[in-house]
Design a protein around this ligand. Structure first.
Ligand code: ZN
Length: 253
């Protein structure tokens, strides 16, 4: 049963027939791991806290810098120099004090990811580099935990959902390499704030649906948004039978 306060707070989304009270209870009971508290992670964390996701674990080893503020709108000038995972937890507290948060202000090794992922119902990859993305995918695949992936660069963004099940494609099936030849960091290539925020919003949407109605999501579907054309495309990611992470016979260390 929702309390009167919870019902009032979330009534505009409870009204949606696809969510309803049962969906809201699922959100309140969910535990979500967010890796990366930059433009994507800070957008996702506030939106999920607003929606009433009960427990959020926030991971980032960076501090807030002046060059973040054009797109990382959860942070204020007064947060400069503070650890992002801590500053973000503070914003969540002000938005919705009933949400439980835990901040991890250190680099996420594969061992640490395996522990954190195993404790989560859903993982959201908001990291900004390929090695971390690959490690998050390994941990999600070996623990069979669903993953919402997202990336934004320039004017563009992309998101994908992976259900973590053995028969499904994983992130490594899509990107079987650790480094990209293209500049993939915002510090190298530049990025528009709205592209990042929109990509984060799409990740939040996928996360809410993954928790409340996972059967309606297509696992292994990549959605690519072009911010100059204002267009998007969907691609089905094929499972790679020789994938080093998810194919049979791999132990996914
Ligand atoms: Zn794979």
């Amino acid at each position: 049963m929702l309390s009167d306060q919870e019902f009032l707070r979330y009534q505009r989304q409870i009204m949606l027939p696809e969510l309803g009270e049962s969906g809201q209870r699922l959100l309140l009971g969910a535990k979500v791991l967010i890796v990366g508290c930059g433009g994507l992670g800070s957008t996702v964390a506030l939106q999920l806290a607003g929606a009433g996701i009960g427990k959020l674990v926030l991971c980032d080893d960076d501090s807030v810098e002046l060059s973040n503020l054009h797109r990382q709108l959860s942070y204020r000038e007064s947060d400069l120099g503070q650890a992002k995972a801590q500053a973000l937890a503070g914003q969540i507290k002000r938005l919705n004090p009933s949400i439980s948060t835990r901040s991890v202000s250190r680099r996420m090794s594969l061992d640490l990811l395996n522990i954190e992922v195993s404790l989560a119902d859903l993982v959201i990859d908001c990291s900004d580099n390929f090695p971390t993305r690959q490690d998050i995918n390994k941990a999600c695949t070996s623990n069979q935990i669903p993953l919402v992936s997202g990336a934004a660069i320039g004017w563009d963004g992309q998101v994908a959902y992976f259900d973590g099940q053995q028969q499904s494609a994983c992130y490594h099936c899509l990107y079987p390499f650790n480094e990209s030849n293209q500049a993939t960091k915002c510090s190298d290539a530049g990025v528009m704030g709205p592209s990042v925020n929109m990509t984060g919003s799409l990740q939040s949407m996928l996360a809410i649906r993954a928790i409340t109605e996972p059967e309606t999501l297509n696992t292994g579907e990549l959605i690519v948004f072009n911010g100059r054309e204002m267009s998007h495309q969907k691609f089905a990611i094929e499972k790679d039978d020789s994938c080093a992470v998810c194919s049979e016979g791999n132990n996914n260390e």
